[in-house]
Ligand binder design. Structure first.
Ligand SMILES: C[S@@+](CC[C@H](N)C(=O)[O-])C[C@H]1O[C@@H](n2cnc3c(N)ncnc32)[C@H](O)[C@@H]1O
Length: 172
């Protein structure tokens, strides 16, 4: 299978990631793993330092739509969708596309973009996905699966396979 980078149009970070990592304490990590206010919109040491929509996912959504040849009426699932920025940009890029997300953060769901209200399910990717087999045309999971260790990671990947179409595996 050919390798493809569907995130090639994601903006490159200007900050030093290594510098940020050394500034974190165990307490910062403990709080950030609660995925609440501090992680998204609190001080930088806890996470994003302000997780705000800026449209950066739009070109990525366009590339994914083209790559998977998605059409209006198709269904996409974003696992670890946070406040639903990618969901919103999928819907901007292709009106009529049905996009939903799952995230463990009630805070993120409660502070989602207005356009995605009702599209985010609060849930844990350690659990079985609450959807029938093959119910999505594409499933994405960005910057989230790395949090899982075996065997939870294997189980989550199996769940992603289960809800994607049998004919093509479309998980990233
Ligand atoms: C690094 S953020 C990535 C957000 C978004 N996908 C992005 O790339 O900007 C990780 C996201 O995964 C969510 N998350 C972490 N563990 C999770 C779990 N076990 N189940 C569901 N979501 C989880 C967090 O709440 C957070 O929104």
């Amino acid at each position: 299978m050919a390798e493809i980078n569907l995130l090639r149009r994601y903006p490159r970070a200007k900050r030093s990631v290594g510098k940020r990592a050394t500034a974190k304490t165990d307490e910062h990590i403990r709080i950030s793993r609660q995925y609440g206010f501090e992680y998204f919109d609190g001080a930088r040491e806890y996470g994003y330092g302000g997780y705000r929509y800026d449209g950066r996912w739009l070109p990525i959504a366009q590339d994914m739509i083209a790559h998977w040849n998605l059409k209006p009426g198709d269904c996409v699932l974003d696992l670890g969708c946070a406040k639903g920025f990618l969901i919103k940009d999928f819907m901007r890029a292709l009106p009529g596309l049905e996009v939903f997300g799952i995230d463990i953060s009630r805070y993120a769901a409660m502070h989602c973009e207005p356009e995605v209200i009702g599209r985010i399910h609060v849930g844990d990717i350690h659990d079985e996905l609450p959807f029938p087999d093959h119910s999505f045309d594409a499933v994405v999971c960005l910057n989230t699966l790395h949090n899982l260790k075996r065997p939870a990671l294997v189980k989550a990947l199996r769940e992603i396979e289960r809800v994607t179409p049998a004919r093509v595996r479309r998980a990233v």
